[in-house]
Design a protein around this ligand. Structure first.
Ligand code: MD3
Ligand code: FE
Length: 219
């Protein structure tokens, strides 16, 4: 049986819209909603090859978010640190290739947000089960901070935390829903951010979880 269902999204109502969150940070509400089924099918194919796993951080904590990757390299964590690795450490095989529908959505969203020529070579696939969270952090393992990061949210809504350039800056809270896309570039590229504890629920497209894709120019 397929992990994700193809029931149309009965909760989708509002028209797609464009909201500026900060300098270089643009929320494209609903931008990926009409591609959600194709994205989820591509995710199922990728995780059949590179299953979700919970990395252990250098500090010895097992992450509550389950992760996988596709593209030329994938984000990994282990006792030695965080890095992009061309091989999946659990199989020593290359990560699955970036599906065309991933590259297409990421490029179009970046262009819509003002970042032409975005060419992601890595996509981190995050799965949040109820109770999972991502503490406030910066994304600094990529080589080129001049390129944005594009994120796509699917399934259950999550409360996203968007801070400033230092950990103690005031944090903006917003709910990211199924089909929402955000481009984080310019001065927002190194902003602290995180995801609050996922509330339990069931979404018609994903079931009892949230999936987030983050597209990066990592290499
Ligand atoms: C703001 N993922 O994988 S996506 C991550 O929902 C990560 O799974 C979250 O943070 C998630 O590293 C948030 C939104 C996001 C991604 C990257 C950013 C926001 C960002 C980089 C800079 C500033
Ligand atoms: Fe992040």
């Amino acid at each position: 049986m397929a992990t994700f269902s193809s029931v149309p999204d009965l909760f989708a109502h509002a028209e797609p819209s464009r909201v500026k969150l900060g300098h270089g940070a643009v929320l494209l509400r609903g931008f990926a909603r009409d591609k959600a089924e194709q994205l989820l099918e591509a995710i199922e194919n990728a995780i059949a090859v590179a299953p979700f796993r919970n990395f252990v951080t250098p500090g010895g904590h097992t992450m509550s978010v389950a992760m996988s990757n596709c593209g030329s390299a994938g984000w990994v964590a282990d006792r030695r640190g965080y890095r992009y690795d061309p091989l999946d450490p659990s199989t020593q095989m290359p990560w699955p290739a970036m599906p065309d529908v991933f590259t297409d959505v990421a490029r179009r969203a970046a262009a819509e947000a003002g970042f032409d020529g975005f060419a992601p070579d890595a996509c981190l696939i995050n799965r949040y089960d109820p109770g999972a969270r991502l503490t406030l952090h910066q994304d600094r393992n990529e080589r080129n901070f001049g390129a944005p990061i594009v994120s796509v949210s699917l399934g259950l809504p999550a409360k996203f935390l968007f801070g400033g350039l230092t950990r103690t800056d005031k944090v903006l809270r917003l709910v990211l829903e199924h089909g929402d896309v955000v481009a984080w570039g310019g001065p927002s590229r190194l902003a602290f951010h995180g995801v609050d504890v996922l509330k339990d629920g069931v979404h018609p497209a994903t079931g009892r979880c949230r999936i987030n894709l983050t597209f990066r120019e990592a290499l």
